[in-house]
Design a protein. Structure first.
Length: 238
């Protein structure tokens, strides 16, 4: 009797099992793909509703700018900086509360400034990605605004180093209040003084203490939100 080679031979049962496995794997892949395509967009209107309307003497108060300032910070903190452009599109095309060109310029500058200020807390590359996303969206929805924004000049360049140090230290004290001395001492001891120098002169003096577009209170809240969202609880508490 001739021997029947078994290498590579499949029984009907094994063939069925193999086919079932392939079908199952295919189904899983299809389900995963479907899930990816059905992920809901971020509901910016729900986020906006969490914040009270801005104080205004007008009959119909305008929404507070704080909600999209902090939303920008959260997007960067959660590594979703590319959604900054989607945030702009929502604000710029919301038919329920249409904006004038001047109002839209203000919104764009606040989002841009939020990205800049958040960069020291969540990462410079993320801020760059967010700013490019914002610019692309503005160019798409309002090309003329994009041209106007491109002519803006630096708010920080004109200040001399002494003025930057003084305003940086002033804002640092405003943020940390009675803990200022302890925090400065801790930064000195852990970095040979370099962390203190960098924080006061660059992070606070150069960047965070510029309050022309985003004020001191909003900046302080932005710092808190970035630290909390990024999992830096002790820094948020401080």
């Amino acid at each position: 009797m001739e021997s029947i080679p078994t290498s590579g031979t499949q029984t009907p049962a094994s063939t069925m099992s193999s086919t079932t496995d392939e079908t199952s794997a295919s189904s899983v892949s299809e389900k995963e793909a479907a899930t990816i395509h059905t992920v809901r967009k971020l509901d910016f209107s729900s986020l906006q509703d969490l914040f009270p309307l801005a104080q205004s003497s007008a009959e119909h108060p305008e929404p507070s700018s704080l909600w999209y300032i902090l939303t920008t910070a959260v997007l960067l903190s959660f590594h979703k900086e590319r959604l900054t452009g989607a945030l702009w599109t929502y604000l710029a095309t919301n038919t329920e509360s249409p904006q004038t060109e001047e109002q839209l310029l203000g919104i764009a500058r606040r989002i841009r400034e939020s990205c800049l200020k958040a960069s020291t807390l969540v990462g410079f590359p993320r801020a760059i990605n967010a700013l490019f996303s914002l610019q692309t969206s503005i160019t798409t929805t309002h090309p003329s605004l994009s041209s106007t924004l491109a002519t803006d000049t630096s708010l920080r360049a004109p200040l001399d180093p002494t003025a930057k140090y003084e305003r940086g230290m002033s804002f640092f004290r405003q943020i940390y209040t009675k803990h200022t001395t302890r925090v400065l001492s801790a930064m000195d001891s852990t970095s040979g003084g370099d962390l203190t120098h960098f924080a006061i002169n660059c992070i606070y003096g150069e960047l965070l203490s510029e309050h022309t577009i985003i004020g001191a209170q909003e900046t302080g809240l932005l710092e808190f939100v970035c630290c909390l969202a990024d999992g830096c609880g002790p820094q948020a508490k401080g």
